[in-house]
Write a protein that binds this ligand. Sequence first.
Ligand SMILES: *[C@@H]1O[C@H](CO)[C@@H](O)[C@H](O)[C@H]1NC(C)=O
Ligand SMILES: *[C@@H]1O[C@H](CO)[C@@H](O)[C@H](O)[C@H]1NC(C)=O
Length: 387
Amino acid sequence: MRSSCGEEIVTLTMMRTVSNRALPLVARYVSVLLAAFLVYYIVRDPLNIAVSNISLLTKGSLYTAGSGGDRDGISIIGGKEGSNGAEAYKGPADAEPAIQEKNVQKPMKEEVDVVKYVKKYKPEPIPSTPIGDHFPWLTHSNSPPPVRENNLPPNPHVEEATPLFIGFTRNWPLLLQCVSSYIAAGWPPGDIYVVENTGTFHANQHNELELQNPFFLNYTALGILGVHVLETPTLLSFAQLQNFFLHTALERGWPFFWWSHMDVLVLSDEEVKKNDRDHDWDHDPYATIYERCVGLLRYLNGPDMPPWATHFFEYDHLALVNRDAYLDVGAWDTHIPYYASDCDMYLRLHWEGYWQPQSEAGLVFDVSAVLDDIMALFRVPGGARYV
Ligand SMILES: *[C@@H]1O[C@H](CO)[C@@H](O)[C@H](O)[C@H]1NC(C)=O
Ligand SMILES: *[C@@H]1O[C@H](CO)[C@@H](O)[C@H](O)[C@H]1NC(C)=O
């Protein structure tokens, strides 16, 4: 108690002694304060508007333009004429009932629903024309198309196994064209193995997909053509599919096999007469792509030939594989993605000393479109009349 009394006395004495000096100072402060008030009252309104606009922008869409000034965020924050023009200035005390009133009028959730977002839709896609039947002759005749006499495969079959793998994931018309072109060009249909790699399990076998489905494959049609279908257990990558080919060749005792892309169209070259060693030119005008492929296999396996792994016909659009060479270097590396895995494979075979030559055996085209009428490959005019 004593000490606080003493402090009071000291303060009073100090005030008295400094008052003379402080008077102009105080006056200056007061004038500054007045100026501040004046400025405050002049700039308050624009300031309020600006602030309320900010608040409208941020939480704002909650307070949409309603009828009452109390709905107008602005009045709650600082006071301004409400949007209905009525005097809406409310102090903090008035703001409280205003909020309550609003809540009574409309539940918060409904106000959220009032927000109008304008939906922007993408343009309607141009409808694609449905996939049609590109081989009406096959659909309606239920029998294999006739192969031209010179392109008929040797009968009896050559002594070598000559399997041809064609991997399929999607685009049935393209596959049907590819398979048909091999048959028309002279490959024995029974040696063609379409490897269904759609990842759709037994859906195609059970006729559960239809033509418009990208993964559709027609077992019936391939059966009529005399072609086999193998099914991969799940959707395989390129390298995995190649290993599946090797596995199948191993299981079935095929030391060599061919594989081809499903988007190629092949023709036997009817003009070229060279490069065919064991061809009977007297009775046969040209060697089919199949006959030349078999001739090349015999040539590569002939005496005094270096060990070989691959023979390319038109890059790898059609390729002949020496199974054991591939297995010798560890087969395909399934950890390398698509376009690099073949570079890796062929390079490892090369490093191991395997020969990988290339030559032609016929005309192999990489195509992106399907003939309207695949029967044209068998040169039967008017096949489309069955449509
Ligand atoms: C603030 O909002 C009012 C009323 O919504 C509007 O008239 C004014 O132009 C806005 N001002 C700014 C600076 O955005
Ligand atoms: C499958 O092929 C057969 C024989 O060509 C045909 O009759 C059938 O209509 C085809 N199925 C579909 C779904 O296209």
